[in-house]
Design a protein around this ligand. Structure first.
Ligand SMILES: C[S@@+](CC[C@H](N)C(=O)[O-])C[C@H]1O[C@@H](n2cnc3c(N)ncnc32)[C@H](O)[C@@H]1O
Length: 251
């Protein structure tokens, strides 16, 4: 593997060739797709539902609007947006991973959510949508996995309408030292064990813990959103900064 920093990136704590990361991330999500929702509830003690509810509250999405749930996976946010935009609105659940999209589509269909949702397999770095198309874009626990985050943010900016907003829900940096210690123990010792018991795949949950530590902190991500063109960028720390919700506008 090359040592050129231009050509390398992180996969958890490992430095890997940029060209290899996408396939490695795909391996993680193909492996966990079937148990993804169960693991989310177990790992977060159900708190991810409150983080997602807060994201919806901050989205300002109304009837008739067009929403992109990017890296939408099993569609938790899509389900909520589908009700908010109503029959004449539109929600696109886009994800790079066919296994996650399949689980998401089946789940939403079983919930009776059909008419105003479409499913698109797409890479966040190169979104296959027209300029100025969506009123709102969310990317929830997805940006961390993207190889070129700046490119992805620019792509989101392009497809957002003027007046539209981007919400990035992602793991971030805990604000208090004692919380960090407990969180570290939980992430590196408890989480992979739960992953092993439920999915027989402790490696994917080790990647989760490592990728969280390598992700830009609150202020760095805010700067990246500003650099991509977003205005009035701010963020809310949730659960002591374990998770942060960043919001930016296109004016
Ligand atoms: C942790 S899951 C989050 C799913 C859902 N948004 C949620 O909050 O439960 C991360 C998702 O990001 C997707 N993903 C990873 N890299 C991506 C990329 N470059 N473009 C689009 N989706 C990507 C994965 O396939 C996976 O479904």
């Amino acid at each position: 593997m090359t040592n050129d920093p231009e050509k390398t990136t992180h996969f958890g704590f490992r430095t890997v060739d940029k060209n290899d990361k996408e396939a490695m991330v795909a391996g993680v999500f193909h492996s966990v797709a079937g148990k993804y929702d169960l693991m989310n509830d177990l790992m977060s003690f159900g708190i991810h539902r409150a983080w997602k509810r807060f994201t919806i509250e901050c989205s300002g999405v109304r009837r008739d609007q067009r929403v992109l749930d990017l890296a939408g996976g099993t569609g938790d946010l899509t389900a909520k947006f589908s009700r908010l935009v109503g029959e004449s609105g539109e929600v696109v659940l886009a994800d790079i991973n066919a296994s996650m999209l399949k689980v998401g589509r089946e789940k939403l269909r079983n919930l009776g959510i059909i008419d105003n949702v479409s499913y698109v397999q797409a890479n966040a770095e190169a979104l296959p949508f027209p300029d100025n198309y969506f009123d709102c874009i969310t990317i929830s626990f997805g940006l961390r996995n993207v190889t070129d985050k700046d490119k992805a943010l620019r792509s989101m900016f392009r497809v957002l309408k003027p007046g539209g907003r981007l919400l990035v829900l992602e793991f971030s940096k805990p604000m208090l030292k004692p919380l960090s210690k407990v969180y570290d123990f939980y992430s590196f010792h408890v989480l992979p064990r739960i992953g092993d018991m439920v999915t027989k795949d402790p490696g994917s949950y080790r990647y989760l813990a490592e990728s969280i530590r390598m992700h830009p902190d609150q202020e760095t991500l805010k700067g990246m959103m500003v650099d991509a063109g977003f205005d009035s960028v701010n963020y809310f720390n949730l659960t002591g900064g374990i998770v942060a919700l960043h919001r930016g506008f296109k004016f």
